[in-house]
Design a protein around this ligand. Structure first.
Ligand code: NAX
Length: 328
């Protein structure tokens, strides 16, 4: 079981790798070969992390290797977790990267190369989870540049879903595990739409239990959509521990059957479901059979309010795709 992680010396990976090395994340009992990838200038930092991983003496781990290039790292990979990317605000060649269009272009180059390498060298059954932002469009670039269309590409919306569940559990004074069918549609960005109209709490409709549309529209949605910014403001750094937990949860959700009556969240290539345009990566409610088959759950009913929100996030994804159209 070979697991590739890019951005391995970054802050998300520092929590993610230990989470992945816990028992029971992967279905297979095979031990894990970790392939950790960084840019050449971060290799020393990565080697420091490797020493800590060695000292953790995980019984789940067979080997730990490091790479400063993606081509060698992904040979025969079962999973690729693409965490590394260039964040907004970084200064490159004397220019601060502020605009989403610049960020899309720069990261586009990274994901073009990664998509090609994964398609050529990873296993046919490889699963790919893009965490690095802008995650949905990076996934589209990677997928489009991969010569292998049988591998399964996703972008992470699990963190948005976990945030949505946590805030709902606080509002309704229930446990997060009692929440079923909470789906986040669209982009991993402030236009995402967490739907409560199809969510239930042990069988009772969440939207009916709240019985206050104004709270949903004017308090709940903005809180979830802006949660990332709220954390940056408070912590002085972006979400790392929760993002790592969400990435590990996505792997688990794919590796194991979805609990009966529930869904899990990730963005996958749209086939037009729920009116999301084909050819973009959008968050959808998904189910896994635990054997590699993942499907969109198609029986959610959307109100006009929800449809309008889906249109907004779809338009943003189309606009992002337009920025990088020469890369796909
Ligand atoms: P860090 O800046 O701590 O780490 C990123 C690491 O990636 C750095 O060590 C860097 O050297 C490495 N890197 C850059 N280009 C690379 C390449 N071509 N190959 C391999 N490694 C490369 O960021 P961190 O906080 O770990 O966040 C990583 C990414 O996750 C960011 O793009 C961030 O915006 C994104 N996030 C996505 C989330 C989601 O829900 N989809 C939520 C959390 C997070 O904001």
């Amino acid at each position: 079981m070979k697991v590739v992680i890019t951005g391995a010396a970054g802050q998300i990976s520092y929590s993610l790798v230990p989470f992945l090395c816990q028992q029971g994340v992967f279905k297979s009992n095979e031990k894990i070969d970790l392939a950790l990838v960084e840019i050449p200038s971060a290799m020393e930092r990565l080697n420091g992390f490797v020493k800590e991983l060695e000292d953790s003496a995980y019984s789940t781990v067979n080997s730990i290797s490091t790479f400063d290039n993606i081509q060698d790292a992904v040979i025969d990979a079962d999973w690729c977790l693409l965490v590394g990317s260039i964040p907004r605000g970084i200064v490159l060649n004397g220019k601060e990267i502020k605009e989403r269009s610049d960020l899309l272009q720069i990261n586009g180059g990274i994901f073009t190369e990664q998509g090609k390498a994964i398609g050529e060298k990873a296993k046919q059954s490889c699963k790919i989870l893009v965490v690095g932002n802008p995650a949905n469009t990076n996934a589209l670039i990677g997928y489009s540049n991969s010569p292998n269309k049988n591998q399964f590409w996703m972008a992470m919306t699990m963190l948005d879903a976990l945030r949505a569940k946590a805030q709902l559990s606080i509002k309704l004074n229930c446990h997060v595990d009692d929440i079923y069918r909470l789906a986040v549609f669209g982009n991993h960005s402030p236009t995402m739409f967490p739907d409560l109209e199809n969510t239930n709490i042990n069988g009772q409709n969440a939207y009916d239990l709240i019985n206050n549309h104004s709270w949903v529209e004017n308090e709940y949605l903005p809180r979830i959509q802006q949660r990332g910014a709220e954390i940056i403001k408070a912590r002085g750094a972006s979400s790392a521990s929760s993002a790592a937990r969400a990435a590990c949860d996505t792997v688990k959700a794919v590796e194991h059957p979805t609990r009966s009556g529930d869904v899990f969240n990730a963005a996958i290539l749209s086939d037009g479901a729920y009116g999301m345009p084909e050819g973009i990566f959008s968050g959808f409610p998904l189910i896994s059979d635990g054997n590699g088959d993942i499907e969109i759950v198609r029986d959610f009913s959307l109100s006009d309010f929800a449809k309008n929100k889906l249109e907004i996030t779809a338009n943003e994804l189309l606009e992002e795709r337009n920025f990088i159209k020469e890369l796909i």
